[in-house]
Design a protein around this ligand. Structure first.
Ligand code: 13P
Length: 244
């Protein structure tokens, strides 16, 4: 199965209007696209300008969350329809930081994913175990349960495996552990969606850097990465894109 790799940058709560300079550097270097799909997910207020600046660049712009409802009395939230209307193409959902900071559970993540799909956005659904869950041998069961509860009914998604203990820590699982988890996730999405599950891109996230990206992306069933810290600097992000 040939899947176009995807390298997605999750800027988290980083960036100010002048961070557009980093985006412009990425656009200049990628010159209208290349060998893989590239997505940049800045904070909400930067999305519309980033979309405007990246027209025809081959770089997609995404969000880091959305609400499950189409509209209504939800102070501080943003709908999938609005994200799509301002030109976002994707949305990260169920990131461990949202699961931890905002108590988001699998059912909510699934509802958001359904809303994203209905609005025409590509959901990037995040799953991953904590260090305690890995140490107790529960990593795979944890991730499979998260998938079971978080995946929407149709297959137009990307899944990002992000071990919580590898995020922002400089620690990365052994290649064999990444391979085993991605294999298990592939089996789960094929079990869920049939053949369409073979087309789903499975990203690895957690301390991906220019120095380890090539090795990680070479692992079977790793179809790219979800990049945090290293996506903020164009040079680092471009080096990771080049490795995909
Ligand atoms: P780091 O690349 O900073 O470890 O973050 C990974 C992540 O959480 C991406 O969503």
């Amino acid at each position: 199965m040939n899947r176009t790799p995807l390298v997605a940058g999750n800027w988290k709560m980083n960036g100010l209007p002048d961070s557009a300079a980093e985006l412009h550097k990425m656009i200049g270097a990628l010159k209208g696209g290349g060998h893989c799909d590239v997505l940049v997910c800045p904070p909400f207020p930067l999305i519309a300008t980033f979309v405007h600046d990246s027209v025809d660049s081959g770089i997609g712009i995404g969000a880091q969350d959305c609400h499950f409802a189409e509209a209504g009395a939800h102070t501080g939230d943003v709908s999938a329809a609005l994200l799509a209307a301002v030109g976002a193409s994707a949305v990260i959902l169920g990131h461990s930081e949202r699961r931890a900071d905002h108590g988001e559970g699998d059912a909510l993540v699934k509802a958001k994913a359904e809303a994203a799909l209905a609005a025409g956005l590509m959901p990037v659904i995040c799953v991953g175990e904590t260090e305690a869950q890995r140490d107790s041998g529960d990593a795979e069961a944890t991730v499979l349960a998260q998938l079971d509860g978080s995946l929407p009914d149709s297959a137009g998604v990307v899944v990002a495996y992000e071990p919580v203990w590898a995020i922002g820590t400089g620690r990365v699982p052994e290649n064999s552990d990444i391979a085993a988890m991605h294999h298990a996730i592939r089996q789960a999405v094929v079990g869920r969606y049939g053949d369409a599950g073979r087309a789903i891109r499975l990203l690895y996230g957690g301390s991906v850097k220019p120095g380890n990206a090539k090795e990680i992306f070479a692992i079977e069933d790793v179809d790219g990465g979800l990049i945090g810290g290293a996506s903020l600097k164009a040079d680092d992000f471009l080096a990771i894109v080049a490795a995909a």
